[in-house]
Design a protein around this ligand. Sequence first.
Ligand code: NAD
Length: 261
Amino acid sequence: MTLKGKVALVTGSTSGIGAAIASALAAQGADVALNGFGEAAAIEAMRAGLEARHGVRAAYCAADMSRPAEIDAMVAQAIASLGRIDILVNNAGIQHVSPVDSFPSDKWEMVIAVNLSACFYATRAVLPGMRARNWGRIVNIASVHGLVASVDKSAYVAAKHGLVGLTKTVALETARTGITCNAVCPGWVLTPLVEKQIAARAERDGVARDEAQVRLLSEKMPSADPVGPEALGALVAYLCSPAADQVRGAAIPVDGAWTAQ
Ligand code: NAD
């Protein structure tokens, strides 16, 4: 229980990777503030489940991460509910797939807002408290697409490369403090975000879902084996541990050798 007494805010934690990260941090004893869209009853069940399973406090802080004012309000609400924020995991993210020639302007703006600008606003809002206590962990869930590109993902690739850049800058600005900032760069992870792309591939190729998954993954990921959300939760827990005190400004691939090529 290395994180007992710490408070973590995990954005986009009502689903997929964020939910697994929130669970992994709670398992280490951290109190957790959840954020993300979803049905009120399902979110409440998740919140209450974290408290019951791990004996921690859990809160839900609604905010549309594309709206800066709501991000500031979310941080204020998390601090009001749980007392402080020691760990910020910038995880909320969306995808839109289209050739750049016909990429819709509103989709571009939204992908940049949620995947990049939101991470800046949340980071700026939590840093004063972390500096005052001289301890903090900021973990940005980027992607292999923060390191390399793929066709038809211009906004996502631009946002995730930007997020890796933001990570390095924050790491430098906090280098002499007890605050660290790192990025995690997963390859394919089986979550609702990816299920949509598998479904699109199945329709395009006229094949079953499982065959579409193999085709989609093996194009880029030599292991052809998706990353488990729990593995990412374990990595974030490590980055929050004392062992990672000097892991700073890193962009860590978890990608089945995708970026080794
Ligand atoms: P997901 O769709 O399962 O979950 C996304 C979460 O973000 C949900 O909780 C959703 O409610 C929340 N969210 C979306 N828009 C929001 C908004 N405007 N305001 C507040 N919350 C919002 O996706 P996931 O696959 O778990 O992705 C999580 C992160 O991991 C994203 O940043 C994504 O880019 C990144 N990532 C995913 C994969 C993958 O293969 N799934 C790979 C690399 C990186």
